[in-house]
Design a protein around this ligand. Structure first.
Ligand code: MN
Length: 740
């Protein structure tokens, strides 16, 4: 593997240099200088990994050094974490044991290395239950010592930075998993810079073409952007200089990933993303917090005296910082070119916290307990979820993820206590958060003294009282409006418990019935009843009896008409053993026949087009090997695939279109202002000008606005893109784009 022109001496020198760089960064930080332990850890790890190389061909030790450097310079942690980062792969990959680490480096470092070793297999394995178990481990170790997860984050970041040396199908898996769990986790920990980089790197490997294109477009527009910013900033700079401030004023371009997200969600081309960048003023003012806030407002005044501000776009994170302690003043003003520009105003310290979040607090060493409070609150939610056994691994992951992404609202109980809940939380969520019994018996809420239903979505500042009734029981349909992790978990547990009670009641009735008719209970009697009722097993039989869906009478097997209640628990994903297919394995909606030719990394030739996203030739696609051994081809950005990717990453196959002479169905959605003859014009473009075969057209018009869904047969994606472009030129048309 070693390249010919690199001598062992040169390699040693490279290692030594990387290590020196780590030390220099540490020495210029605010931490106490405990170089000795770091030095010892470096030598220990270097000797332990001696002779081992990474896939890229580098000596293995370069990886722990890089991780330790991220831990020190990008997350801002001290000597304990740096040492643990240097040692993080020793127990996993070499003959040394945890005891060796403990004797050499003490309990604290050993415990962190242990945590890192336990979660080293990656969060997601090949089986959903194993994944959930590993993820559970990760979160549990995190609640023991958050440094474990911070170091794990650095490990993942370095692996993502060096992902190009991995084979393509591994890249998809790692990138998918990063986007699914690590980026949100980084966000929640306040590691914004790392979160953004993880997202961008995942995007780069999942959508290489789009990534490259956006990157080039950002680069191409740089000059005009700089010119514009120079014009925009000059009058503001003059005023800030007059204030005698020491400051930095520059621009931050959105990440490729968030530009792409915006293009997708608004269905606009790159050129129409006008808020491509934000301007940021970071000023120096020491540690005085009230001075910092005052200066923010002074700067705000200067900015808004030069430019007109957007009336609804002032964000004051000074008076009420975000839950993760983000503080800043944001104002959007009309720039000289007529576009809105967001200006973010922060002190140096606010900026540090914004970029490094939670970890930045170590740097400032203020009220350490207070800073950790928020995180530990979140961790206790996790611990709560972990306490409730979730039988379904994928749902478990979704629940956790839900809470990673959520932004919060604060509501008040009648006693004036505050409760923090994710945005979108319902009255029922609050009830379950307070107590399981309150949740299961909840009938309504009084929000600001007005009666509201269980499903009512609360707003920040609401005062909410929970109303209960003893006769209330939990309903499966409640799952639709319970959004908190705690609420979901507790509701599901209550539903399972309730089902259990019904089954017990059914069994009791069945037994009573038998003895009333002098029939001795036997397995034969039971299986006969199961057979005649055509139910799956005795649980279902007893459940239906207990739920009054089967009436026991002389003939033993008279079945009531199927009512609405009949099926409710079938839809419940926690049914257990009867239909494991629906809970533990990915089921795929498959179109009937493959009519195209593709090439996968494995040479499997059994293809189906996924029914969820309908990829057509020209789309970026990836194959997923299902249980039946067929390859289901999804669009790279299919949401259904994202989930499979994260969970069953090892079943992904790199897939490319080979030949696309066949015709594919695509739907185009057109929106516009209804004008005389507009449809005629559109139809002409499609069938006469472009000779495209139209299958179906569905038009609705409402108060002058028309919507048209158009099915066309085309040979590949570029035709659709061209067609949309042409349609958009028609006067009155607002938008035209492909929908899936
Ligand atoms: Mn590692």
């Amino acid at each position: 593997m070693q390249k010919n022109n690199i001598t062992p001496e040169m390699e040693d020198q490279m290692v030594e240099q990387a290590y020196q760089n780590l030390l220099n960064g540490y020495l210029s930080s605010n931490h106490r200088k405990k170089v000795e332990v770091i030095d010892k850890a470096f030598r220990f790890a270097r000797d332990a990994h001696k002779g081992i190389r990474r896939r890229s061909g580098e000596p293995y030790i370069m990886h722990p050094i890089a991780v330790a450097t991220i831990v020190s310079q990008e997350i801002g942690l001290g000597s304990t974490s740096i040492s643990a980062a240097l040692l993080h792969d020793v127990v996993e990959d070499t003959d040394y044991t945890l005891e060796d680490i403990e004797t050499q480096f003490g309990k604290k470092i050993a415990r962190i290395v242990d945590g890192l070793t336990k979660i080293s297999g990656g969060i997601f394995g090949d089986k959903a239950s194993v994944q959930a178990e590993n993820f559970r481990k990760l979160l549990l170790t995190m609640s023991e010592d958050v440094r474990v997860v911070l170091i794990k984050m650095a490990d993942r970041l370095h692996n993502m930075r060096t992902l190009s040396s991995m084979p393509a199908n591994k890249q998809y898996k790692i990138a998918g998993e990063t986007l699914y769990i690590y980026a949100p986790l980084a966000h929640r920990l306040g590691l914004y810079a790392i979160k953004t980089e993880l997202e961008d790197l995942s995007f780069k490997y999942n959508h290489p073409t789009e990534y490259q294109r956006i990157k080039e477009q950002v680069l191409a527009s740089e000059e005009s952007r700089n010119e514009l910013f120079a014009r925009f900033s000059a009058p503001i700079r003059e005023r800030l200089d007059n204030m005698g401030l020491k400051y930095e004023f520059n621009t931050r371009v959105k990440s490729c990933f968030s530009i792409w997200n915006k293009m997708q969600s608004k269905r606009i081309p790159f050129e129409e993303v006008y808020d491509l960048y934000a301007a940021r003023i970071v000023f120096e003012c020491g540690d005085d917090e009230s001075l910092a806030k005052r200066l923010c407002w002074n700067i705000y005044n200067e900015v808004t005296e030069v430019y007109t501000k957007h009336p609804d776009r002032v964000r004051d994170w000074l008076t009420t910082p975000k839950v993760n302690k983000y503080q800043a003043l944001h104002v959007t003003v009309m720039g000289p070119d007529g576009n809105w520009v967001e200006v973010q105003i922060r002190s140096r310290k606010m900026d540090d916290i914004a970029e490094r979040g939670f970890a930045a607090h170590w740097k400032y060493k203020i009220g350490e307990g207070e800073e950790e409070e928020e995180l530990s609150k979140w961790l206790s939610t996790i611990t709560d979820i972990l306490k409730e056994p979730e039988p379904n691994a994928i749902d478990f992951l979704d629940t956790i993820k839900l809470n990673l992404f959520a932004s919060e609202i604060v509501v008040f109980t009648p006693k004036g206590e505050t409760m923090t809940l994710p945005k979108g939380a319902s009255v029922l969520d609050l009830a379950f958060t307070l107590h399981t019994d309150l949740g299961t018996h909840c009938i309504a809420g009084k929000v600001n003294h007005k009666l509201k239903p269980l499903s009512y979505k609360m707003n920040s500042g609401d005062q909410v009282e929970i109303l209960t009734s003893n006769t209330q029981t939990p309903k499966p349909e409640w799952e639709k409006f319970v959004v908190t992790a705690k609420g979901k978990t507790r509701l599901r547990a209550a539903l399972r418990h309730q089902r259990r009670l019904v089954i017990e009641e059914g069994e009791r009735r069945f037994m009573d019935f038998l003895s009333a008719h002098n029939i001795a209970f036997s397995n034969e009697v039971l299986s006969q009843a199961i057979g005649r009722q055509r139910v799956a097993g005795k649980e279902e039989l007893f459940f239906m009896i207990g739920n009054d869906e089967i009436t026991l009478n002389e003939d033993m097997v008279i079945k009531k008409e199927q009512g609405t209640r009949f099926n409710w628990w079938r839809r419940n994903p926690f049914k257990g053993k009867e239909e494991p297919k629906t809970t533990n394995q990915p089921t795929e909606a498959i179109s009937t026949k493959a009519v195209y030719s593709l090439k996968t990394s494995d040479g499997v030739s059994n293809y189906q087009i996924a029914d969820c996203c309908h990829p057509i030739p020209g789309d970026d696609v990836v194959g997923f090997l299902n249980d039946a051994g067929e390859v289901i081809v999804h669009k790279m950005d299919c949401p259904a695939l994202a989930r499979l990717k994260a969970s069953y990453g090892s079943r992904l196959l790199e897939t490319k279109w080979e030949d696309h002479s066949d015709r594919f169905l695509a739907t185009i959605r057109i929106e516009g202002i209804d004008q005389k003859g507009i449809l005629q014009t559109i139809v002409n473009i499609i069938s006469t000008n472009m000779s495209i075969n139209m299958k179906k057209m569905f038009v609705t018009a409402d108060q002058g606005v028309f919507n048209c869904d158009l099915d066309v047969l085309i040979s590949d994606a570029s035709v659709v893109t061209n067609l949309c472009k042409e349609i958009k030129k028609v006067k009155g048309v607002n938008s035209a784009s492909r929908v899936s």
